[in-house]
Design a binder for this molecule. Structure first.
Ligand SMILES: Cc1cc2nc3c(=O)[nH]c(=O)nc-3n(C[C@H](O)[C@H](O)[C@H](O)COP(=O)(O)OP(=O)(O)OC[C@H]3O[C@@H](n4cnc5c(N)ncnc54)[C@H](O)[C@@H]3O)c2cc1C
Length: 449
């Protein structure tokens, strides 16, 4: 694959950077074009008043070790959350309720009503879903655990990952492990027990992690390892087919490339592809995204008492102004070095996109009002920082798998065109790193020896 003209990766988020690094390490000449002045996309870390603020993702679950391998190769190490991060709460009936840490303790705790506990006992008798139907998460979950648990626990869980609408999200695409348990074992409870005894036996539980310096350290180190191969403030303005390769138009000139990878949010990729493949652009634009605002609130000296645990999530049926809050300095004390309390509040999502129309002051006020009502925190923060993502998270809604298959089939008709990023095979940071690795290996194999 020794080529003079570089493979161009458009988009220097964690997906594009980890792909570019893999290609570079395989001695493929590569250039990353990144529109912003900083690499990392939504996964960056800011240092403000001594606090480490994540612009988007707060922690990751590195199930298959792809992030640990990338981090180690860059001289970084994953940093697991404090043990107290296993403590999580939900808003139920307008109040914060801490969940039992062991699932079996759910039956003795008073967090759930009796009806919901009895329904949970029936889960081992659940039916499998209809074959060949891409079921919504809401419908899938109700079949297994009933209405109450679905509207509370499951909707809160998806809110923490997708900020989505569980009646639209595809169970198979958004929660593939749950659907695999059903396919394999019919019951999720029996499946979880049996799969733990089988393949997963003896394996340690995957821990929620960050990195020294925050999650942004990963993209920062990947970009540093790529050096001048990453071009910042270099948005791809247009893409053109040129001979047997591609030209990418940037404000400072045109880059010729034998291969182009669009590692972009789906709407951005659609914009570049529309002039020469309207069908492909339409299919990409059909992957919706939801907006999310991140509000960081720092307190020095620390709050008394300090909130302890990972944080809390709000099921949409509670109709509050926030999606949830993370007790950052409790779960990751190194992100508030020298003491102090750091809380991160998330707003927006599929159910409340209109909240992002508020100005920064309005978002801070909404976050503070909810923390006051739910946590009793009324003190004014010493630091506030608002970050907005109008197209934060792609939604893997019903039909997603088919949509992606069709997108990839259409893209494969264009030699040298590849699609990467979080819109296709998982949106978590760890999914992005894993799928960038898969894409890189596929590209190397396609290029031959
Ligand atoms: C608020 C929020 C919270 C999240 N929380 C978590 C979490 O706790 N844990 C977790 O695992 N995941 C979380 N995620 C998801 C995860 O952060 C993202 O899915 C992941 O970082 C996406 O990486 P990416 O490289 O695919 O895309 P992006 O980060 O979106 O990168 C795309 C890049 O392309 C650039 N770009 C766009 N257009 C152009 C153009 N025309 N030319 C050149 N460059 C362009 C952008 O500037 C950007 O840098 C969260 C996401 C958000 C937004």
């Amino acid at each position: 694959m020794a080529q003079q003209r570089p493979t161009v990766v458009v988009g220097g988020g964690i997906s594009g950077l980890s792909l570019a690094l893999l290609l570079h390490r395989a001695e493929v000449p590569v250039t990353v074009l990144e529109a912003d002045s900083t690499p990392g996309g939504t996964a960056r870390t800011l240092e403000r008043d001594g606090f480490l603020l994540e612009t988007g993702p707060n922690s990751l679950l590195d199930r298959d070790g792809a992030v640990a391998a990338l981090a180690t190769s860059l001289g970084l190490q994953l940093r697991p959350a404090a043990a107290s991060a296993s403590r999580r709460s939900l808003v139920l009936g307008g109040r914060l309720r801490e969940l039992p840490t062991a699932p079996s303790a759910m039956f003795t705790s008073d967090v759930l009503p009796w009806g919901a506990k009895l329904r949970l006992l029936l889960e081992p008798f659940s039916r499998r879903g209809p074959p060949d139907v891409d079921e919504s998460l809401g419908s899938f979950a109700r079949r297994h655990i009933g209405r109450t648990l679905t509207a509370t626990m499951v909707d809160a869980l998806q809110t923490g990952i997708w900020a989505g609408d569980m009646e639209r999200l595809s169970a198979a695409s958004a929660f593939p492990r749950l659907v695999a348990l059903e396919r394999g074992y019919r019951s999720l409870v029996l499946g979880a027990i049996r799969s733990r005894r089988g393949v997963g036996a003896g394996m340690g539980r995957v821990q929620l992690s960050s990195l020294d310096g925050g999650l942004g350290a990963l993209s920062k180190a990947a970009a540093a390892a790529l050096g001048t191969r990453v071009r910042l403030n270099a948005p791809a303005l247009a893409l053109e087919r040129r001979g047997d390769g591609w030209s990418v138009v940037t404000p400072s000139g045109t880059v010729e490339a034998p291969r182009v990878v669009l590692s972009l949010p789906p709407t951005e990729a659609a914009g570049l592809l529309r002039p020469f493949d309207a069908g492909l652009a339409e299919a990409l634009a059909a992957i919706p995204t939801v907006p999310v605002a991140v509000v960081h609130l720092g307190y020095r000296p620390a709050l008394e008492p300090e909130p302890v645990g990972f944080g809390f999530l709000v099921p949409p049926r509670e109709r509050r102004d926030i999606l949830g809050a993370l007790y950052v300095s409790s779960a990751f004390p190194f992100r508030a070095p020298g003491g102090g309390t750091l809380l991160t509040v998330l707003l927006g999502g599929a159910h409340r996109p209109e909240l992002l129309a508020r100005d920064d002051e309005g978002l801070v006020q909404a976050a503070r009002a909810e923390l006051s009502a739910l946590l009793g925190v009324s003190r004014a923060p010493t630091l506030t920082q608002v970050i907005r993502w109008p197209r934060a998270i792609p939604q893997y809604n019903v039909g997603h798998a088919q949509r992606v298959a069709s997108i990839l089939a259409q893209a494969s008709r264009w030699p040298g065109l590849w699609l990467g990023g979080n819109a296709y095979r998982g949106a978590g940071v760890a999914d992005c790193v894993r799928s960038a690795g898969e894409l890189g290996r596929q590209m190397l194999a396609a290029a031959g020896p």
